[in-house]
Design a protein around this ligand. Structure first.
Ligand SMILES: Cc1ncc(COP(=O)(O)O)c(C=O)c1O
Length: 346
C-alpha cells in the first residue's frame, strides 16, 4: 500500500459518493479548442445531484459520526452546492441539517433566491438560517457557533463544517483520494496529460488534488481557476492550505510555492456572476457535448481553459483534463441571467 493510501485509510469516512467517476474524452470540444480534452465526471458522484463536495463530505461526516454528532451545521452561499450535498449526507445518516445561507450575490432574482440548490435544501427538510453578509468568513463561522450553542443548550451534539481558511481543511483529503483515482485513470487509458484544470474556491479541492498528485510523484501541472478571489490572493490561500493538508496527514508537504498555479482569466465580474468566457463555455459544452456546466464554478473553469488556450499559456495540441465538479442545479437558479446573456449575444 502506498504511504498516501495508508494515511488516508486511517481517517473515518462515510463512503456515500459514487466512485470512481469516469474520465471521458470530449471529442467535439477538443476539435473546437485545438487541444485533447478529457473530462473527469465528478458531477456524477451521486448524493443530491453530486459534485466535488461529496468527496470532501465523506471525511467530514466520517469525523462527525466518530464524534457521535446528531446535527450538522454548515454555511455557504444561497446557491451553495456544498450546503446542499451536506444536507443530503446528514439526511442519509439521520442527522439534523442546519444550513446558514449567506447573501454573497447581490440580486433580487427570485429564481436565484428560491430555485436550484436552495429549493433542494427545502425539499430535504433542512433548517435554514439567513446570513446577510456575503464576504465575512470568520463572521459566518462565528454565527454557526451561536447556532451550535443554542442546539447544545437543547441537548444536541452539533458538528460544524467551518468556512474560514484557518480551519484544517479535512475535506481536502477527498481530493487526495481523487488524485490517486486520476492517476489510475491515466494508466488505464494510456494518457499522459499536460495539465489539469479545476475550480479553486475554498481551496480544498485544489490543495488536496495537488498534494495527492505530488505525494504520488506526479508532476502534472494543476491550474486552479479562481471563482472567488483574484489569482494572487488565491495562490497564497492554496499554498497555506497544502501545508495544513500535509499536517492533517502527518506528512511533509511535497508542494512547492512555485508549483501552485492560479488563473483568474475568467473570474470577472466576481463570485457567482458570469463574464463572456463563462457564458461562452457554458454554451459550448451544452451545444457540442450535451454537457451541462454550472454558471458559478465549472463554466468558469472551462472558460478559464478557453482563455488560457487563446492566450497561448496552454499550447495547442496539449492534453488537458477538466474536472467537472458539479453544481448543475445552478443552471435553474441562473436561468434568467443565462437567457439574458444568450439573447444579448444574438
Ligand atoms: C461545483 C463546485 N465546483 C468547485 C467548487 C470549488 O471547490 P473548493 O471550495 O473545494 O475550492 C465548488 C465549491 O463550492 C463547487 O460547488
Amino acid at each position: 500500500m502506498s504511504l498516501l493510501k495508508e494515511k488516508l485509510s486511517s481517517f473515518p469516512r462515510v463512503e456515500f459518493a459514487h466512485l470512481p467517476t469516469k474520465l471521458e474524452k470530449a471529442q467535439r470540444l477538443s476539435d473546437a479548442l485545438g487541444i485533447e480534452l478529457w473530462i473527469k465526471r465528478d458531477d456524477c458522484t451521486g448524493v443530491s445531484f453530486g459534485g466535488n463536495k461529496a468527496r470532501q463530505l465523506e471525511f467530514y461526516l466520517g469525523e462527525a459520526q466518530a464524534q457521535r454528532a446528531d446535527c450538522l451545521l454548515i454555511t455557504g452561499a444561497i446557491q451553495s452546492n456544498f450546503v446542499r450535498i451536506a444536507a443530503a449526507f446528514a439526511n442519509k445518516l439521520g442527522m439534523e441539517a442546519h444550513l446558514q445561507l449567506e447573501d454573497r450575490v447581490q440580486t433580487d432574482d427570485s429564481l436565484y433566491r428560491q430555485s436550484g440548490s436552495v429549493w433542494i435544501d427545502h425539499l430535504m427538510g433542512a433548517t435554514l438560517y439567513p446570513y446577510h453578509e456575503g464576504e465575512d468568513e470568520s463572521g459566518a463561522d462565528k454565527a454557526l457557533h451561536q447556532i451550535a450553542d443554542d442546539l447544545k443548550a437543547k441537548g444536541k451534539k452539533p458538528y460544524i463544517i467551518h468556512l474560514g481558511a484557518d480551519h484544517p481543511p479535512l475535506g481536502a483529503l477527498g481530493y487526495a483520494v481523487a488524485a490517486q483515482e486520476l492517476l489510475n485513470d491515466f494508466d488505464q487509458q494510456s494518457i499522459q496529460p499536460d495539465a489539469i484544470f479545476v475550480g479553486s474556491g475554498s481551496g480544498a479541492t485544489h490543495s488536496g488534488l495537488i498534494l495527492g498528485l505530488r505525494v504520488s510523484q506526479s508532476q502534472i501541472s494543476v491550474w486552479g481557476t479562481c471563482v472567488r478571489r483574484n489569482k494572487d490572493i488565491q495562490k497564497a490561500r492554496i499554498v497555506k492550505q497544502t501545508h495544513m493538508v500535509a499536517d492533517i496527514l502527518g506528512i511533509e508537504n511535497p508542494v512547492h510555492e512555485e508549483d501552485v498555479i492560479t488563473t483568474d482569466i475568467s473570474f470577472a465580474p466576481g463570485y457567482g456572476q458570469m463574464g463572456d468566457l463563462t457564458i461562452e463555455a457554458l454554451q459550448m459544452a451544452a451545444e457540442l457535448e450535451g454537457l451541462i456546466l454550472d454558471p458559478v464554478y465549472t463554466a468558469k473553469v472551462l472558460g478559464g481553459l478557453i482563455g488560457e488556450v487563446r492566450s497561448g499559456q496552454i499550447a495547442k495540441g496539449s492534453k488537458v483534463v477538466f474536472i467537472h465538479t458539479g453544481g448543475t442545479p445552478g443552471v435553474f437558479a441562473y436561468q434568467n441571467k443565462i437567457e439574458e446573456f444568450l439573447a444579448n449575444k444574438k
